[in-house]
Design a protein around this ligand. Sequence first.
Ligand code: ADP
Ligand code: MG
Length: 633
Amino acid sequence: MATDYIVGIDLGTTNSLVAYMQGDSPVVIPGEDGLNLVPSVVALDEKNQIIVGNAARRYLIETPERAVYSVKRLMGRGVEDIQDELKLFPFQLAEDLHEGEVLRIKIGERTYTPPEISALVLRQLKRNAERFFGASVTQAVVTVPAYFNDAQRQATKDAGRIAGLNVLRLVNEPTAASLAYGLDKKKHGIVVVYDLGGGTFDISILKLHDGIFEVIATNGDTHLGGDDIDNLLIALALDDIRGDLGLDVRRSGEAVQRIRKAVIEAKIALSSQPSATLDVDLPGGKKYQREISLEVFEQMIQRIVDRTVGPCKQALKDAGLKPEQIDEVVLVGGSTRIPKVRRLVQDLFRRAPHTDLNPDEVVALGAAVQANILGGGSEITKEMLLLDVTPLSLGIEVAGGVTDKIILRNSTVPASATQYYTTQVDGQTNVAIHVLQGERELARDCRSLARFDLKGVPPMPAGMPRIEVKFLIDANGILRVSAREQRSGKEAEIDVQPSYGLTDEQVENMLLESFDYAEEDFRQRQVIEARREADTILTALAKGKKNQAWQELTSDERRNVETLEKALVAVKDGDDYHAIRGGIDALNEATMRLAELMMDTAVSNALKGKAMDDTDLEEGLQAGHPVAKAEFE
Ligand code: ADP
Ligand code: MG
């Protein structure tokens, strides 16, 4: 049995949680351990069973190579843009990653993409909700930081799908927090959301008009939060232990783990008490104790807390606002429970922040409010929801059977995009346009939506025509594809309905496949493209040998070219990418002078308007070669 409940989920860097609407108020759903927060930690135990949440935390210490945390930092990002994270976090990437490939992280002997790891956290939350309701839960609203770009948002949606959750909507975290406080009911105003979590600080300024939130400025620090406070206290304790007890336990994972636990407890106690005691039983029987007063604690964290000031001021400046113009301030993130942080926020924005709801739960609560709005919405709003983004990428087939994406999945509609292509074959007068939907690299693995021919292109050498292919999706999700050869003005177009007939299940399978096959696809694509390039250069060379320029080369040059030609022919139909690539490069270099000599003839022929020879024309008249990627843009 499935419930009608749409749950709200805060998929956090440090902690995640799930909430739902109980009557008129949102409520967090606890896990089996009775705790509301599920640490965003995933581990593999000795038997390769997946462990998520609190239970996974001890693996971080005992077998760190079998656990990951903070994976939200990697969502929707490439190897190139996570170098900063790699310096600060012990992420272990899969060894065989290629440029442009989906990132994979090693846990034990296995590798997972960031969306797959997030999916494991989501699946745990889904299970918690299902246990709570005694029924299956399949729909969710999930929150993301306001600054998340399209790729990061899409990765979050993918995580939902992989977890078996239909993500009806992604909501910005600051918007969710504002919804939890019911600020949308005020209709108009400026809301500041100050979010200090475990490892990140985000400041967002929202403008509320007619009950709709618009993010007008964001700023923050992706490496600032409660973890920094913990590390300060740990350093203090390690110093003490060395000084007072004469023990150096910095390298003892077990000792550091116990100290970490103790300092977090002390830190939390200090949010509601004037002092707290650090109390650690060290391995080997010794005991470390130290009392920390609120005063000392506040001095210690001063510099950390002050680091939030700059981003706040910058966000105000970017929004063109003065503190007096702020109507509401909302606190988010566990670290805003610290009284000193609250005072700082109050001073900065000159008004008392909202503190009634738990700051580490408020985002999930707001997601539940949003879920409830969607669930209760009319058929029309539901329909609009489904149509508001393209579920899969749209593109066309290009030479070699490769998919060229023109509109990327998750683009908001209406959308339009244009790409330029050319012909593969000399004298080609008909050009096949094959419209595809899907994420896979090869056309045959994508869904074929439509085919049409652009006919009557005047014969020109391959690569000469300039074919503009335009994709336009209107607000109803109808796709119009048009192709126009710009030199001749010939055009053709077709209407297709991309989402028609494609079930969610199919979309999901296609997405899953694209993850499963990403690597294999990449290799195949490389080989296909290299083969095609080899064909192009060999054909060009065959032509070149008939050219007078060939005779102008020295006999040594000719012999060298022919040896390399034979070598390339020998490897080009094989599967060894590097061999083909090497063959192409060598032949390219050897034929450089031939190309230069031929260029002179070609230019003079073109100037004379010399027609192409008949064999070329015949070849081109066979209809329907797909387009080739154009060098020009
Ligand atoms: P995130 O949004 O990064 O997933 P949270 O909002 O759950 O994280 O915040 C987690 C951080 O809040 C941790 O560093 C935790 O130690 C800290 N925290 C939780 N409760 C308190 C408290 N009472 N006092 C101080 N810090 C707290
Ligand atoms: Mg958070």
